[in-house]
Ligand binder design. Structure first.
Ligand SMILES: [Zn+2]
Length: 202
């Protein structure tokens, strides 16, 4: 939850005046796997700097880049890390968890019937009363109006078409989709390690 909070806070900073690194409390470290790819794209894998520094002392991460800010204490004077890499590779599970967030991400946060991105909810493609299960393969993101319109019917009965058949995505697929949602704020030292599908502004 903390990571999600950080990324949301970071996303609100749009100008250099509001660079979060000016505020010590918002100097998150981008966390890379041992292969130097981000642990997660969406939400972007960010740790609070305190967590990053703890990991450095536990010898679990390497510092790749740093902010121009120091933390001082009687026993410590170091630059705050802005990019760190795990020393030990974390192998992602092949299939991601079946959660609301991951399901929305699979469907790119859009209704699978009309493309709307607001009032999103979930639709049982084969309705529950007809034996439809709550699984990756039978749940599609739908906006509330489409959900209402479809009611307890199959898409065919309702004369509605799905953009794509719901599938159980792989971890790799979800990561690819996550790249389509970069946060509004990216610290300059993070950019070399991220590959977004949209063009970054200079
Ligand atoms: Zn819709």
């Amino acid at each position: 939850m903390l990571r999600a909070e950080l990324i949301e806070r970071a996303a609100r900073f749009r100008t250099s005046d509001e660079d979060p690194s000016r505020d010590l409390q918002s100097c998150p470290s981008l966390v890379l796997n041992a292969d130097y790819t981000p642990l997660s794209y969406y939400p972007l894998s960010l740790w609070p700097w305190q967590t990053a520094i703890k990991a450095i002392f536990l010898d679990r991460v390497d510092v790749i880049e740093s902010y121009e800010r120091h933390v001082h204490s009687p026993s410590l004077d170091m630059k705050i890390p802005s990019v760190i890499a795990l020393k030990q590779y974390v192998r992602p599970s092949e299939f991601p968890a079946f959660t609301r967030f991951n399901l929305f991400l699979r469907d790119r946060f859009s209704c699978q019937f009309c493309g709307s991105q607001s009032h999103l909810t979930f639709d049982h493609v084969l309705p529950r009363r007809l034996g439809g299960k709550t699984t990756w393969e039978n749940i599609a993101t739908a906006c509330a109006p489409c959900n209402m319109k479809k009611g307890g019917r199959t898409p065919k009965q309702a004369g509605m078409h799905l953009y794509a058949e719901p599938i159980r995505p792989t971890h790799w697929q979800l990561q690819q989709y996550g790249k389509q949602f970069p946060p509004n704020y990216l610290h300059e030292t993070w950019r070399d390690w991220l590959y977004w599908d949209i063009e970054l502004e200079a």
